[in-house]
Design a protein around this ligand. Structure first.
Ligand SMILES: [Mg+2]
Length: 212
């Protein structure tokens, strides 16, 4: 099966929705927009986040929005945690010499801090963070590490992740552990739609109860 896995970060390996929602609402409040509930946020938020902000806060410079977002994110008291089954899945890959990478939109300094705070760095051969549009990087990632597209999957929780996988010619694995509802991901027709990384591990092991 897959020899290489590229993971999104937020909503795929870690749960950072609490501080992300707080920080997004802080930016919205600052510009006189009503705050969102967790469910509203899951329905509205999308990547590239530049497009999300242009839709909801048009005409405001992205670097200004990012500045306020990062400050509010850093000040949030809600912890970022490793999602259930994520660490086990990465250890499983490590034991089998399956090469793992990260491709995330999260800004580099926040990401690097989380990578160390959560003890996740050793699992990855290389990480790519601060990537606004992942479609523009996936081809280079495959080339940089000589990954064959047919041996590679990109796992993520958002439409942009499925679109990026298809753009890069790799298998798309959509996960329901993050920011996007099932029907929204289903509409993108990913190769696999999985509840979580345990289900994906069972698929790779050949122990999944319903999938080959
Ligand atoms: Mg994500």
């Amino acid at each position: 099966m897959f020899k290489n896995l590229i993971f999104d970060w937020s909503g795929t390996l870690v749960d950072d929705m609490g501080p992300t929602l707080e920080a997004t609402n802080a930016v919205f409040s600052l510009h006189g927009r009503p705050v969102m509930s967790r469910d509203e946020f899951r329905r509205l938020f999308r990547l590239p986040y530049s497009e999300f902000y242009e839709e909801h806060l048009p005409g405001i410079a992205l670097d200004e929005l990012e500045h306020h977002f990062r400050r509010a994110f850093a000040e949030s008291q809600v912890p970022v945690t490793v999602l259930p089954h994520a660490r086990e899945k990465l250890q499983w890959c490590s034991d089998r010499h399956i090469r793992c990478f990260v491709l995330t939109s999260m800004d580099r300094s926040t990401f690097e801090m989380q990578l160390d705070d959560l003890g996740m760095r050793p699992y990855f051969e290389e990480t790519y963070s601060g990537v606004l549009d992942k479609r523009q990087v996936i081809g280079q990632l495959l080339e940089n590490h000589q990954l064959l597209a047919e041996q590679t999957a990109f796992l993520g929780d958002m439409i942009h992740d499925v679109v990026t996988a298809k753009h890069g010619g790799v298998s798309s694995v959509a996960l329901l552990t993050g920011y996007t509802h099932r029907e929204v991901l289903e509409a993108q027709d990913p190769d696999w739609l999985m509840a979580d990384l345990l289900e994906f591990r069972m698929l790779m092991e050949g122990t999944h109860p319903t999938l080959p």
